[in-house]
Design a binder for this molecule. Structure first.
Ligand SMILES: C[S@@+](CC[C@H](N)C(=O)[O-])C[C@H]1O[C@@H](n2cnc3c(N)ncnc32)[C@H](O)[C@@H]1O
Length: 247
């Protein structure tokens, strides 16, 4: 965001000059603007962002909008790794008759998403989801951590210094959570339902292959507003549904 836009946001958020000065000090020290003002814009919605919670990025808006388009009016959606709940909020705002639930492992982020009106099950990936959703989900999506652990130091200095590592660190090649999300997805997604995952850098060929191997067809890469590849989307074939337990 341009400096004059940031200044305008701070001016709007500050009730008096004393508070404004304190806000500017925090921003100069590198704190995310959204932690200071308490909100950010995502797909035209105002999303509350508590200090310590990953700030939703405009680059994820393509995934959120596509997921909302694919969700039937009275369908069911899961947003794994919901953070402040921005993607879930887009889904439930666009499809108010749908059932939208989310998961999040960080209690601070889970509380933030709940304050934004999102139903959050706290825990690891799909672990805390209610079993009645198995095989019934029309859209499962996630903006999960996908930065390679050995590339975290290349992120902007303020991001490294302030945003939670658990929100960014995707482990080896940045693929660890993505691989788990694809693997667990077929337990939840209904035949004909959709999986959408954000990814980055050189991950797309591998993610597309993993989607296909897991049973997803119509696999395509979604671009963000800059025209850069940003997410993978696929539809589960008729043989989808719960994966048989290994013998
Ligand atoms: C990149 S942030 C994205 C947050 C949100 N989806 C968004 O787009 O703003 C990833 C989020 O996943 C959460 N997370 C990381 N590992 C997780 C796991 N194994 N299970 C559930 N949530 C996880 C982090 O705490 C963080 O809030």
């Amino acid at each position: 965001m341009a400096a004059d836009d940031e200044a305008a946001e701070l001016l709007t958020a500050a009730p008096d000059p004393g508070v404004l000065a304190a806000m500017v000090t925090r921003r100069v020290a590198g704190e995310p603007l959204a932690w200071i003002t308490g909100t950010t814009e995502f797909c035209g919605l105002t999303v509350g962002v508590h200090p310590g919670v990953y700030v939703p990025r405009w680059q994820s808006e393509a995934l959120a909008r596509t997921a909302a388009d694919l969700l039937p009016a009275r369908g069911t959606a899961i947003d794994l790794c919901t953070g402040a709940g921005a993607v879930a909020l887009v889904l439930q705002t666009t499809r108010p008759g749908a059932r939208v639930v989310a998961t999040e492992s960080d209690p601070v982020a889970a509380a933030c998403a709940r304050s934004n009106g999102v139903v959050v099950y706290e825990g690891d990936l799909d672990g805390p989801l209610p079993g009645d959703l198995a095989g019934k989900v029309d859209v499962l999506c996630a903006v999960a951590p996908y930065v390679p652990a050995d590339a975290l130091h290349l992120l902007p200095r303020d991001v490294v210094a302030h945003e939670p590592r658990a929100a960014l660190d995707g482990g080896v090649h940045g693929m660890e959570v993505l691989i788990r999300a694809i693997g667990c997805s077929t337990r939840w997604v209904a035949p004909g339902g959709w999986l959408l995952l954000e990814a980055g850098g050189g991950q797309f060929p591998e993610v597309v292959t993993l989607f296909s191997r897991a049973g997803y067809g119509s696999v395509r890469v979604l671009e963000d507003g800059d025209g850069d590849p940003r997410a993978v989307c696929g539809r589960l074939g008729p043989g989808g549904g719960p994966v048989a337990a290994p013998a």
